[in-house]
Design a protein around this ligand. Sequence first.
Ligand code: NAP
Length: 309
Amino acid sequence: MKRGLDLVIVGGGPAGLTAYIYAARARLRTLLVEKFSPGGQILNTDRVENYPGFPEGISGAELMERFLAQARNLGLEPLLDEATGLTQDGDLYLVHLGSGETLVSPTVIVATGAGPRRLGVPGERELTGKGVSYCATCDGPFFRDEVVAVVGGGNTAVQESVFLTRFARKVYLIHRRDQLRATRILQERAFANPKIEFVWNSVVTEILGEDRVQGVRIKNVKTDEERVLEVGGVFIFIGIQPHTEWLEGVLALDEGGFIITDAEMRTSLPGVFAAGDVRAKSCRQIVTAVGDGATAAYMAELYLLERKA
Ligand code: NAP
């Protein structure tokens, strides 16, 4: 059992790292736990163009490297482990880890983010890593001169479709409606790209292939007409799923599993705060994650002061 902490931050994406920076400057004894390596979903983004201060844009990896360097300057030594449970002992919280260790702290910031939502169609699970992907930055270069499909109509689907045209000969963008959800500037770029063909009002019903993806069966939701598109890869970007399995029954979650907070990042448990994509909110951006992280750390500091008083 590790005791003597003021704050445990779970998750090392933009929200968690910002919370660390604020907590360290407040001189809180803080430990940040991260499952893999710090950075979060942004590491999978080729180009970030809407984070202020970088007028030419910046790669997701470089932006995260800068966040990390700043946190390291303030003493960050992340503990690589997975949080598997949260329980209470009086007014202290126990964060249970996959390694078997337990961290004891009066305050916790949950910044575990989210991962890709699955389509749930036949072939998806079997062919993941064999042509089915959830990360264009990671897998796009494997599809040079091939035809690929992207599923979804949000910012991720549209931004990554444009990115994939660097490698692929052709990108089908399959969307279930006849209008994109993505922000206008991204839409304009996609519409202007001759390599992208839009497949409107259509859903993927099956991913085809034995050892590799060979095609997708799609259905037009207006006409019920089915057809097969021959593609070598399928990139699925249909939204995100919060990493909150370990908090079910512990914190109040919304119907999608996102943590419900107030505007000050307080969760249903006093002393436990949530920040970033894991939180129920409408605008999921790096800048909002960073804002959440700062607020959560500040509120944790206030909570500790009031607890002592
Ligand atoms: P999103 O905004 O939730 O969009 C998900 C898309 O997938 C929607 O177009 C949705 O269709 C579609 N979809 C959902 N379930 C589906 C299903 N079962 N079958 C087929 N299509 C389905 O998710 P996201 O694009 O991954 O973005 C996640 C968050 O990150 C958002 O807040 C986004 O703004 C942010 N983000 C921002 C940027 C940026 O600023 N450059 C880049 C990436 C992500 P409907 O439209 O019909 O609902």
